[in-house]
Design a protein around this ligand. Structure first.
Ligand code: AMP
Length: 279
């Protein structure tokens, strides 16, 4: 496994891989790797000749007062996991090399970027789209792997790929969960025991939404109300949003149909968790 820190150096290697006709797979991460990340790596390992994993806590996607400073950083463990997953290249850039002095170009995916998570985290998806575009260019990835866990991110990246005719295929992999249903997330490390217990209500609320739909209820408002009632029974839960939306446009639907996305963001203390299902 090789480790690169400089975009230019990795770019040269990526160019050589291209010339040799190798299929390059990219898994972009912010580290503190868990089984969700590993599931993306496994998928990439299966279909690519060269697997690149990037680990970069991207300052551009954190707002003022968010958890950039305390975001979990577990490099030694991450590298061991990457080795075990047979990763070929780990890209570990420094901020100053990604955003050198004078950097002033950003990707804005209008509309989509300001809904849902974008409403409470202004600028977040601009930071995400910008780093992802840079990673695509640096690694020359043929296929890039993302998680359905960040459903809005997946929609936004797909839109950017279409809009900019980027020569990369996307694979969106299912949400990996703990046995009790909690979606895996690096931020779960922030949860105390009681928060962790109460956070199970997220997957339960999504299950309730699906259950109500399967039993004939299609009025989005009514389903959302029942979900909200369930979540707010947990004392520590503060709902940011619960939404039933079109899985491509992210626009709210009135009447729920198969294929709709049910998504939510809920805070437990300072920890903001997201989860979703496709009905
Ligand atoms: P992050 O390190 O949180 O930025 O995540 C890196 C990639 O892993 C993103 O594409 C996420 O959507 C994906 N990911 C994070 N958690 C999960 C999960 N529980 N299941 C599947 N993919 C995930």
């Amino acid at each position: 496994m090789r480790i690169f820190r400089l975009p230019g150096k990795l770019g040269v290697i990526a160019g050589k891989l291209k010339l040799k006709g190798k299929r390059v797979g990219l898994v972009p991460t912010m580290g503190a790797l868990h089984d969700g990340h590993l599931s993306l790596m496994r998928a990439a390992r299966r279909e690519c000749d060269c697997l690149i994993v990037s680990i970069f806590v991207n300052p551009a996607q954190f707002g003022a007062g968010e958890d950039f400073k305390k975001y979990p950083r577990k490099l030694t463990k991450d590298l061991a996991l990457c080795r075990k997953a047979k990763v070929d290249i780990v890209f570990l850039p420094e901020s100053r090399d990604i955003y050198p002095e004078g950097f002033c170009s950003f990707v804005e995916v209008k509309g989509l970027g300001s809904l849902l998570c974008g409403a409470t985290r202004p600028g977040h998806f601009r930071g995400v789209a910008t780093i992802v575009l840079k990673l695509f260019n640096i690694t020359r990835a043929d296929i890039a792997y993302f998680g359905q866990k960040d459903a809005q991110q997946a929609v936004i990246i797909s839109r950017m790929v279409k809009d900019f005719d980027l020569p990369v295929k996307l694979r969106i992999m299912p949400i990996a969960r703990d046995q009790d249903g909690l979606a895996l997330s690096s931020r779960n490390a922030y949860l105390g025991k009681e928060d962790r217990r109460q956070a199970l209500v997220l997957s339960r609320a999504l299950g309730l939404g699906r259950f109500l739909f399967e039993h004939g209820l299609t009025d989005a408002k009514k389903i959302l109300l029942r979900m909200r009632q369930l979540i707010t029974k947990q004392k520590k839960a503060a709902v940011d949003y619960i939404a039933i939306i079109d899985a491509e446009t992210l626009k709210p639907v009135k009447k729920v149909s198969r294929g709709c996305l049910v998504a939510l963001a809920v805070k437990f203390g300072k920890t903001r968790l997201i989860d979703n299902i496709i009905i």
